[in-house]
Design a binder for this molecule. Structure first.
Ligand code: ARG
Length: 463
């Protein structure tokens, strides 16, 4: 092992003066890209194994590299890996630590690659791992929703348009709407993962390399399902990251909409649900308050996800091929996005089973909202009245019920018949909330049987 003095920077031979402290801090990514360490090591191990296989690296060098990187990984996992700002980023930090441990073999590791294809590989490996965690959490959230939907397949609530009671639905049906949103989020991420899961290594700085590399071997070692087909594109592409942020922004948008509903339902005026105390906080001055802080924060964190998406879109838009240092700015938004998604989904999956449903309040709101008015109109249409006329008849009936302060179903038969002679005593079957629900048994409908069927189909799909 020969060890001529290692320059302060891996590229410093070309330079006559050091960078200022401020420039050093400005250009360094190690304060945040240290998280890539295990993935950087994984990539280096595959690269080294390939170099040895094609005869560029000796078996002894490979053994030294494996031992050194193994020790560095153990240090990292034990929280003992010390990084140095002088070494700019995680790639240089690990390379220097390796060289310190194993000498020349460490210096040979970088043969046939560049930090440009190295960082692109690291980010893809890291993101693939993050996506897998997020996919598992999406499924956990979906399962929690299925359980709640099944328990409340018969629980009546008003469905809303314009945030005004519109027609009766079941709470189970509403939960299945949430379930569907997360299902599409899952699909989107699975699709995005296919484009993340491609190998850039081998592109080197931008033009490929003169060494007889075996990219298929590296791809297999790292579990990539495909290989980036063009060296220029491989080092400059970050659209896989933008796709992830777009999918993430939609996940947060969905969580935000659900959170908004929970906040509304928890206000004393609605009183549809309650959340366990562990997801709420009190007020420092108003002792009567129980604030839904967790859903509110989830709604709020959607803003930062949207910000990250716009940040990366903006980062890319002016970049000529191939690699530019701009790309170093992809990491903080990506890391924060994954952290936000993982935390939000884990808490959401924990919170859903805790939702306490106040069926009496929901039912009361459906009654007060004349939620079966449309059913009365449909009833008249089925008896031969044109829909527009039926609409008018029911509007008058609602006004009367409103004046009397009662539900449509409380109006006596002769009174209903005064609005239209087509009404007979079978009208009460559609005027009741249960009667209204029971008619909507088609696929995608809100009848309790349809909700139970939807839950069963979903369970089968999730396996
Ligand atoms: N820290 C850099 C990044 O995150 C690694 C690649 C640097 N390459 C370069 N030629 N400056 O993008």
């Amino acid at each position: 092992m020969s060890t001529p003095s290692t320059p302060a920077q891996a590229w410093s031979g070309r330079f006559s003066e050091p960078v200022s402290e401020r420039v050093k801090r400005y250009t360094a990514s190690i304060p945040f890209d240290w998280r890539l360490a295990p993935f950087d090591i994984q990539g280096s191990l595959a690269h080294a194994a390939m170099l040895q296989k094609v005869g560029v690296l000796s078996a002894e060098d490979l053994a030294d590299i494996r031992r050194g990187l193994g020790e560095i990984l153990a240090d990292f996992e034990a929280g003992n890996f010390v990084w140095n700002l002088d070494d700019e980023d995680i790639h240089f930090n690990i390379e220097r630590a390796l060289t310190k441990k194993v000498g020349d073999a460490g210096k040979r590791l970088h043969t046939g690659r560049s930090r440009n294809d190295q960082v692109a590989t690291d980010v893809r490996l890291w993101l693939r791992d993050a996506i897998d965690s997020i996919l598992a959490l999406l499924r956990a959230a979906q399962v929690a929703l299925l359980d709640l939907a099944e328990r409340h397949a018969d629980t009546v609530m008003p469905g809303f348009t314009h945030l005004q009671a519109a027609q009766p639905v079941t709470f189970g049906h509403h939960m299945m709407a949430w379930f569907e949103m997360l299902g599409r989020d899952h699909e989107r991420l699975v699709d995005c993962r296919r484009r993340v899961n491609r190998l850039p290594l081998g592109a080197a700085a931008l033009a490929g390399t003169s060494y007889p590399i075996d990219r298929e071997f590296v791809a297999r070692e790292l579990g990539f399902e495909d290989i980036c087909q063009n060296s220029l594109d491989a080092v400059s592409d970050r659209d896989f990251a933008i796709e992830f942020l777009a999918a993430g922004a939609l996940i947060m948008t969905h969580l935000s909409r659900m959170s908004e509903e929970m906040v509304i339902w928890m206000t004393p005026r609605f009183g549809f649900i309650d959340l366990p105390d562990r997801f709420c906080t009190g007020s420092s001055i108003m002792p009567q308050k129980k604030n839904p802080d967790v859903p509110e924060l989830m709604r709020g964190k959607t803003g930062r996800m949207n910000g990250h998406l716009i940040a990366l879109l903006t980062l890319m838009k002016g970049q000529p091929l191939a690699y530019n240092k701009d790309n170093q700015e992809d990491k903080e938004p990506l890391f924060d996005a994954a952290d936000t998604l993982i935390d939000s989904l884990a808490i959401y999956a924990e919170m859903v089973p805790g939702i306490q449903v106040r069926a009496d309040r929901m039912r009361q709101a459906a009654i007060e909202g004349y939620a079966t008015a449309t059913d009365l109109a449909d009833y008249l249409v089925k008896k031969g009245l044109p829909f527009r006329e039926a609409h008018e008849v029911v509007a008058r009936a609602v006004r009367t019920a409103e004046q009397k302060g009662c539900d449509l179903a409380d109006l006596p038969l002769p009174e209903l018949q005064a609005f239209s002679p087509l009404v007979s005593d079978d009208v009460y079957q559609v005027l009741t909330l249960e009667g209204s629900l029971a008619q909507r048994t088609h696929l995608g409908g809100t009848a309790p049987v349809a909700v139970r069927a939807a839950v069963a189909r979903a369970r089968k799909r999730l396996g």
